[in-house]
Design a binder for this molecule. Sequence first.
Ligand SMILES: Cc1cc2nc3c(=O)[nH]c(=O)nc-3n(C[C@H](O)[C@H](O)[C@H](O)COP(=O)(O)O)c2cc1C
Length: 344
Amino acid sequence: MSLKEIRVKARELAKGTCRVCPVCDGRACAGEVPGMGGTGTGLSFVNNITALRAIYLNTRLIHKVHFPNTEIEILGFKLKSPLMIAPIGGIAFNLGQAMPEAAYQEAIAFGAVDAGIIAGTPDAAPMEVMEIGLAQAKALGSGLTMPFIKPWELERIKIELEMCAAAGSKVVCCDLDSVGLITLRLMGHPAYPKDAGELAKIVAAARQLGLKFLIKGVMSLQDALICQEAGVDGLVISNHGGRVLDGVPGVAQVLPAIARKLKGQIKLLVDGGIRSGVDILKMLALGADAVMVGRPFAIAAIGGGREGVTLFAETLRSQLEQAMIMTGCPEVAAANEDLLWRAE
Ligand SMILES: Cc1cc2nc3c(=O)[nH]c(=O)nc-3n(C[C@H](O)[C@H](O)[C@H](O)COP(=O)(O)O)c2cc1C
């Protein structure tokens, strides 16, 4: 099975809901939420791509980096590359019934672990979606997934945190930006923003269960600092792949200011528009500790199942390794803005 074959199969199964474009850049699917696109004009999704395209790496060839080390340890996970699979919920609903939810989450979670990385599993209005993800956590053991919780009212969050702990999870993330998701409103289960006090209570509830806790969807330094104050272990700087608010910048534009303040204090994950190992290295250079990739893994899972997911993850890892050789970067922790090209 090649990535090309996987894409052909995915295109067939998606029945036009995802065109499986040569580059997944948010243009063909603009406005398609539900679907795979970005909300409104689709600009926030497109901006993720263009922001990364506007950044260049600095070629460095006089050095001794022959075998760069792509492995990292983060949040208690040992990963073969600084890569995780972003949670994608409602795959059947958003992708033309291309694959049942359970089969999708299984392909993603197991394919990730086969490649030495981990996957995020989603939450949705029906609690069964979270249960499907947690079934993968139990089957894999050792907390080898990262469950995501929607910003429901406090009581449901606490129940879901307990479900995660019971499934053996060690790290849980709340996608706070889901407050902007039209799909939750369509299903009659809106989620709400949290104030600093509520956030601190949620972090404390996670701590009591021995869970590390992250917030996903942070797109401003102000929110990032409040999250840090509330005691989170990390952030996922993300605009939800452009699905929750039209007209926001690309994630690569927002990351540096947050990294300048918080790098080294809490873990900084990032997602949105990352399509290659080169893109991963750019995000590391801008200050991320690790990245998540969303839609391209959905395509890999639909077209190639568990093996497709593993193959795509390994492709990204080897592209990253090559980019590290070409920029003289010996290990992930050594990536910084010196890897970026600047006009003299
Ligand atoms: C169809 C679809 C469903 C998604 N579901 C979730 C979800 O349940 N929870 C979540 O935190 N993010 C969700 N996301 C956002 C992704 O986790 C991720 O932030 C985004 O896809 C990253 O951008 P990329 O697809 O350009 O890599 C979803 C994205 C898509 C396209």
